[in-house]
Design a binder for this molecule. Structure first.
Ligand SMILES: Nc1nc2c(ncn2[C@@H]2O[C@H](COP(=O)(O)OP(=O)(O)OP(=O)(O)O)[C@@H](O)[C@H]2O)c(=O)[nH]1
Length: 426
């Protein structure tokens, strides 16, 4: 058992400005790292969140915590922002005749409509914390394969250094086939998020993770394990097993580019290795992800600038004040001199007449009308969506004071009651 605070010990008294977890005093404080905990149901995400929370509290560096799992019934720590305070997924299920997964997904979608507020709170606290922990729904695909999961991940990652901690239930991964399935899933998440990735082999108090590290480093060791279990009575390996052997080779590149650590959320073993890996992840984010983000932002800015320029040119053309027209002087302006005041009054109907065809049909006018109508339609749709979200109960996100976390183990199990639940009370 580690010497860190146990699961139910209260956090230390909140410090106004927590001492930096690492780095020398006087140095400019680093941006906090966001740790996105993702994993299969039962892999130990919530327990690990609790462990990370108590570990960081014991280092006098309390983290900022977000819970994005609307269905968690017991949370052994208090979150600064809890999806359950904003949306009640059981009500969503009832009202829309949805099953549990549909309810959780819809609750997450509703919460996503308010995520800009959440990000605002997180950014405000970025000055005073070193780590931001995010717990995700137990049904992994609800987060990793949904639009809202992608929106939330992108929003966080474009704001702060972010690493993905993929939690693996080690005792349930000892079979080569299960191991391979888990690694392929991890690989798919890596390619979807493209964020620095840590594979966290949890529950090493029950099953050490050496076998997994060996399989990741040594193809032949994995092949040997496969052969061990794959022979049929004729001594032949099955098709699936030879496929898995090939997969292992394919994944070599993936294994080479990620960090794998073993932890026990229960005992606290492996915390140092975990935070070292997070620090490496931060460096990778700064070296690879941030420049890409900056490049995309510059690309977008250039595109916006080009669009603006094109619009302006079009406007100038419409008003007959193109460079050539201005240079040669198109018509006398109000002041009387040719080329002066290109926006001056036109002789009646002159401009309009030039754009009319023989039937008096104005093609350009129609184009503008369509654009305007499209813009009006979009705005109306957005307003309608906003109204829907409001009605459905994606209420303003509530944030308690940081550092004022209730003692660990005091979660209410059905929302912490700080915010409003759906549906909105009469
Ligand atoms: N022995 C051992 N058990 C653990 C460890 N971490 C979690 N568990 C147990 O594994 C079970 C599942 O843990 P949770 O933290 O609820 O897992 P989860 O991934 O949050 O589960 P969902 O919310 O359903 O996705 C619980 O019974 C935990 O006590 C660990 O490090 N060692």
């Amino acid at each position: 058992m580690s010497t860190e605070a146990g699961p139910s010990s209260p956090p230390p008294a909140p410090a106004a400005a927590p001492a930096p977890a690492d780095g020398a005093e006087g140095e400019k404080k680093k941006e906090p790292v966001v740790i996105l905990c993702i994993g299969m149901a039962g892999s130990g995400k919530t327990t690990l969140m609790q462990r990370l929370n108590s570990h960081l509290n014991s280092r006098n560096s309390p983290p900022y915590i977000l819970n994005l799992d609307p269905a968690v019934s017991h949370m052994p720590y208090s979150a600064n922002i809890d999806i359950r305070d904003t949306v009640d997924y059981k009500e969503v299920m009832k009202q829309y005749n949805l099953g549990p997964n549909g309810g959780i997904l819809t609750a997450l979608n509703l919460f996503t409509t308010k995520f800009d507020q959440v990000l605002g709170y997180v950014e405000k606290r970025a000055e005073s914390v070193d780590y931001i922990l995010v717990d995700t729904p137990g049904q992994i695909e609800i987060f990793t394969w949904s639009a809202s999961g992608a929106i939330i991940t992108d929003a966080i990652a474009s704001s702060l250094p972010t690493v993905v901690a993929y939690i693996v239930d080690t005792p349930r991964t000892t079979a080569p086939a299960t191991f391979m399935s888990n690694m392929l899933y991890a690989c798919s998440i890596l390619y979807k998020t493209r964020l620095p990735f840590i594979i966290v082999f949890n529950k090493i108090d029950v099953q050490p993770h050496d076998f997994a590290l060996e399989w990741m480093e040594d193809f032949e060791a994995y092949q040997a394990a496969l052969n061990d279990k794959s022979r049929d009575e004729h001594g032949e390996g099955s098709y699936v097993n030879s496929l898995m052997g090939s997969m292992c080779l394919v994944l070599e590149e993936f294994y080479n580019n990620l960090r794998a650590v073993g932890v026990s959320a229960m005992t606290g073993e492996g915390m140092k290795a975990f935070f070292d890996a997070v620090e490496e992840g931060r460096k990778e984010y700064e070296a690879d992800y941030r420049p890409e983000l900056d490049r995309l932002a510059a690309e977008r800015a250039a595109q916006t600038e080009a669009d603006k320029k094109a619009q302006l040119e079009r406007l100038m053309r419409d008003m007959n004040v193109s460079d050539s027209a201005t240079a040669t002087g198109s018509r006398p302006s109000a002041g009387g001199r040719r080329g002066d005041n290109p926006f001056g009054p036109h002789p009646i109907n002159e401009r309009e007449d030039r754009y009319m065809d023989e039937d008096g049909y104005d093609e350009d006018e129609e184009e503008v009308d369509e654009e305007e109508q499209e813009a009006i339609r979009r705005q109306a749709e957005e307003e309608e969506e906003d109204a829907d979200a409001q009605e459905l109960g994606a209420l303003d996100v509530q944030e308690p004071e940081i550092g004022g976390l209730p003692p660990m183990g005091s979660a209410t199990g059905g929302g912490t009651g700080r915010g409003m639940s759906w549906p909105r009370p009469a």
